[in-house]
Design a protein around this ligand. Structure first.
Ligand SMILES: C[S@@+](CC[C@H](N)C(=O)[O-])C[C@H]1O[C@@H](n2cnc3c(N)ncnc32)[C@H](O)[C@@H]1O
Length: 340
């Protein structure tokens, strides 16, 4: 049986071009997580439509279709009959919250939403929790900015936690989440706490508990989003050890996206050296981390060493080492995928 994936026509044409390779790599990591045997055929043009094609010995299982529907740049999944007839298989594609939760906020320095979804998928399917991908795992973004990872995690049905040093960013997440949930009439409860340690003020942590339906909220089948204003080098002051199944982050690019000085002069190497160990402590055993970095700013060998020294295993074989792509003149992005 032959199947084809039509890529989502991303409005950023350079990113759309990059998804040719990104999709094929994400596909392999998700499929490897299913344990299903497949053969990649690659890109083929059928009736003028370019599809990423693969074959399976047996008809696609419902479970595998559900996993493929998660691929971040998948627009339509087709079964291909007789090499030319396309049968769409997008039925029962669903999400926990609506997609607009991540797309409403627009700001400079925002991480592309589809790319963020890909990082979450890569983390989940590279971890020992791949078989629990449709249960409420907990995702951590140790430099969460204004929260793209948090919203994308909730949309996928996961719990989400984040920390950022920028007060304005964290305050924006708090206001936006409350506004969004109220507007859509999602039941929720919000609280915050001041974090002090050894008599020193570390920051503020916000917690919002909500659910996709009133019934689920009442039955306490809820999702929790937590976000803290604080320094990622002190993440352990804010969150419990071995709490997170995966972590996902888009490192500061060394490009000034805001007028806030904290994003302006970040020495990435120093920051990572003092953070990677903190992130390791917060991750469950078998958990995975996905780190996006600017190759103009830090080299792959150097960043790999930092994570190895912090106790992580770095996944170095193909396709884990094939995510490099151009973003803008000053940013050439790559991913490091690590496991605890
Ligand atoms: C590329 S941005 C992340 C953008 C985010 N993914 C989003 O879509 O909003 C990197 C973030 O790292 C944060 N950052 C830099 N140094 C930090 C530190 N020491 N602790 C916590 N966050 C830090 C910056 O404030 C910035 O928001």
């Amino acid at each position: 049986m032959i199947y084809g994936i039509l890529r989502y026509p991303h409005p950023n044409s350079r990113y759309y071009e990059s998804t040719r390779t990104l999709l094929s790599n994400e596909f392999q990591i998700l499929m490897n997580g299913t344990g299903e045997t497949y053969e990649m055929i690659g890109y083929k043009t059928i009736g003028g439509v370019e599809l990423f094609c693969f074959s399976l010995d047996a008809p696609l299982k419902d479970q595998t279709r559900k996993i493929l529907h998660r691929i971040s740049s998948l627009h339509i999944l087709f079964e291909i009959e007789d090499g030319l007839r396309l049968l769409p298989l997008n039925e029962d594609r669903s999400s926990y919250f609506k997609d607009d939760m991540a797309s409403i906020l627009k700001y400079s320095g925002k991480t592309n939403e589809e790319f963020t979804a890909m990082m979450i998928n890569l983390g989940v399917f590279s971890s020992s929790f791949a078989d629990k991908y449709d249960t409420p795992l907990t995702v951590f973004d140790p430099m969460c900015g204004r929260g793209t990872t948090l919203y994308k995690s909730l949309i996928m049905g996961y719990n989400a936690s984040g920390i950022d040093i920028d007060k304005n960013d964290v305050s924006e997440i708090n206001q936006y989440m409350k506004r969004y949930l109220k507007y859509h009439m999602y039941k929720h409860e919000a609280e915050h706490q001041t974090i002090n340690m050894f008599g020193e003020h570390k920051g503020t942590k916000y917690t919002i508990t909500t659910a996709d339906t009133k019934e689920n909220y009442k039955a306490k089948d809820v999702r929790v989003i937590q976000f803290a204003q604080g320094d990622t080098r002190e993440s352990n002051c804010f969150f419990r050890k071995e709490q997170f199944h995966i972590f996902v982050t888009d490192l500061p690019y060394g490009v000034q996206h805001s007028t806030v000085s904290t994003t302006k002069f970040v020495d990435i190497l120093e920051l990572l050296k003092s953070s990677a160990r903190e992130w390791h402590l917060l991750l469950k055993k078998g958990g995975a981390g996905v780190i996006a970095y600017n190759t103009h700013h830090i080299g792959r060998t150097v960043i790999s060493e930092v994570f190895k020294n912090a106790g992580f295993e770095v996944l170095e074989h193909s396709p884990y080492n094939e995510f490099e792509h151009w973003v803008e003149q000053a940013v050439n992005r790559d991913l490091l995928i690590v496991r605890k």
